[in-house]
Design a protein around this ligand. Structure first.
Ligand SMILES: NC(=O)c1ccc[n+]([C@@H]2O[C@H](COP(=O)([O-])OP(=O)(O)OC[C@H]3O[C@@H](n4cnc5c(N)ncnc54)[C@H](O)[C@@H]3O)[C@@H](O)[C@H]2O)c1
Length: 283
């Protein structure tokens, strides 16, 4: 990897500025990946962070490492979210920042999908288009519902439940994706869910603006996490498609979240910020 130019190494600020001092933040799906890094940067900026994930054990492990508190809930389940917010209300009288980050790719643990990805990458390496072999005709009702339930319902459940705890000046950040603006064959359920989150974000931003509560979305490009690990055979192609010549790192997203959560973004609401190395240039 060259030091400058195509594929250059990302450079991240490491010094914290206490930009979130005195604020309490809840980050969903934060046991690992983007959520964990967002939580880590929030802690570094002085926030009191509450880590959610499906399993209390994994959420607690990350909370212990970062110096935060842990709660468990499956965000797709309204009863589970209500119970989690009862627990949060017993811990604190305010949640200044909510990050709806929990998400799934839909191919977790799916070895057939991994094999299809490998074959697709091989075809692309031979100069063939690498067409999607399994599309919408193969999507089951359960897969479709789960995808919408975790992303769209989960974002709704947590936004609704946080309202009594969210003070004026609060901020909500919803995790979208470049897939929510740029469609991708083979990913119709995921793209649909992420597009819904971007629409949800704009409507809620409008609704809460008079209370000085800001609602924004982050639409990450291709970022190295466990979620994109099954795509490893395709990573070289994704890097080639990205004008900056690399996939993103969790800090590319975490610093964006710090900005949107901070008072420095005080006039920013209803927006989608998309750190993606130039893979998709719009909004
Ligand atoms: N990695 C990327 O390239 C990328 C790109 C665009 C958007 N995103 C989005 O960013 C978010 C985080 O992705 P990641 O790459 O860190 O994924 P990840 O798989 O590494 O982490 C996701 C976390 O969410 C948790 N989670 C899943 N379902 C949950 C539920 N129902 N309730 C509570 N927690 C749940 C998981 O247990 C896991 O800890 C997701 O919304 C994802 O769709 C990721």
């Amino acid at each position: 990897m060259r030091e400058f130019g195509y594929g250059m190494r990302p450079i991240f600020r490491t010094e914290a500025m206490n930009r979130l001092k005195g604020k309490t933040a809840l980050v969903t799906g934060a046991a690992r990946g983007l959520g964990a890094r967002i939580a880590e940067r929030f802690v570094g900026e002085g926030a009191d962070v509450i880590i959610n994930d499906v399993s209390l054990a994994t959420a607690s492990a990350t909370a212990d490492r970062l110096g935060g508190r842990a709660v468990a809930a499956d965000v797709s389940d309204p009863a589970s979210v209500a119970t989690m917010f009862d627990a949060i209300a017993a811990m604190t009288d305010r949640v200044d920042i909510l990050v709806n980050n929990a998400g799934i790719s839909g191919i977790e643990g799916d070895n057939d999908a991994r094999e299809r990805i490998r074959q697709r990458a091989e075809a692309m390496a031979r100069g063939e288009p690498g067409e999607v072999t399994e599309g919408i005709a193969a999507v089951t009702d359960a897969q479709w519902r789960r995808m919408q339930a975790v992303h769209v319902d989960g974002t709704f459940h947590c936004c609704r439940a946080v309202m009594p705890l969210l003070p004026e000046g609060g901020a909500i950040i919803n995790m979208g994706s470049i897939m929510g603006t740029f469609g991708r064959g083979g990913g119709v359920p995921y793209c649909t869910a992420k597009a819904a989150i971007l629409g949800f974000t704009r409507a809620l931003a409008h609704e809460l603006a008079p209370r000085n509560i800001r609602v924004n979305a982050i639409a990450p490009g291709w970022i190295h996490t466990d979620m994109t690990d099954p795509l490893a055979p395709l990573h070289p192609f994704l890097e080639m498609q990205t004008p900056m010549g690399r996939m993103g790192e969790p800090d590319d997203i975490a610093w964006c979240a710090v900005y949107l959560a901070s008072d420095e973004a005080g006039f920013v609401t209803g927006q989608t910020l998309s750190p993606n190395g130039g893979w998709y240039m719009s909004q």
